[in-house]
Write a protein that binds this ligand. Sequence first.
Ligand SMILES: Cc1cc2nc3c(=O)[nH]c(=O)nc-3n(C[C@H](O)[C@H](O)[C@H](O)COP(=O)(O)OP(=O)(O)OC[C@H]3O[C@@H](n4cnc5c(N)ncnc54)[C@H](O)[C@@H]3O)c2cc1C
Length: 167
Amino acid sequence: MANLPTPDFTFDPNAPGACIAGVRPFRNGSYRLDAETDSGKFIVHNYGHGGAGITLSWGCAAKVRDIVQSHLVNSNDKDVAVLGAGVMGMTAATRLLDLGLKVTIFSDRKPAETTSFKAGGQWEFDGKPQYLKHQPRIWTYLNRSLDHPALSGIRAWYAAHVPPPVP
Ligand SMILES: Cc1cc2nc3c(=O)[nH]c(=O)nc-3n(C[C@H](O)[C@H](O)[C@H](O)COP(=O)(O)OP(=O)(O)OC[C@H]3O[C@@H](n4cnc5c(N)ncnc54)[C@H](O)[C@@H]3O)c2cc1C
């Protein structure tokens, strides 16, 4: 016992760049992906994806784009504020640019400081059976993940190798 080294207690979790682990904030029941109007502002919520945000990001961003596109039928809005520079914010912003909107991203952290940047980043179709079983809409967004032209190269691979959805 006497020969054990003295532990190093100098770690300061509040020091800039000290924390390299992220968290997986999720929402009970499921993530939120819907719209509301508050004080005249049209708002699309897209958060709480827990440990599957990267997997679901492009598909949920496609849904965000659909919702905004429907809103634009009766609106002249051209400016969009995206809150957050993690994977959900960045993919939504990319999709909204496809609609020709002027997109501004607001974030209190840079992209490289977000949970998204620190995550493993795997697309885990088969790793999330609990989601697929209880939340069929997740399968929809997983499928839509490959809608974006930038991802067309892996679409064929998934078609060939990924099993059909869990009933
Ligand atoms: C260790 C680890 C491994 C993971 N591995 C995987 C994986 O393999 N596959 C997978 O699919 N998912 C994985 N995940 C989950 C995935 O990383 C998250 O679901 C996803 O990153 C969440 O993205 P986000 O954009 O919602 O949040 P974040 O990346 O946390 O981004 C949130 C953004 O909002 C901004 N923000 C927050 N509050 C405010 C505020 N009040 N004012 C201004 N800006 C604000 C932040 O600055 C940031 O830009 C992993 C998570 C962790 C922690």
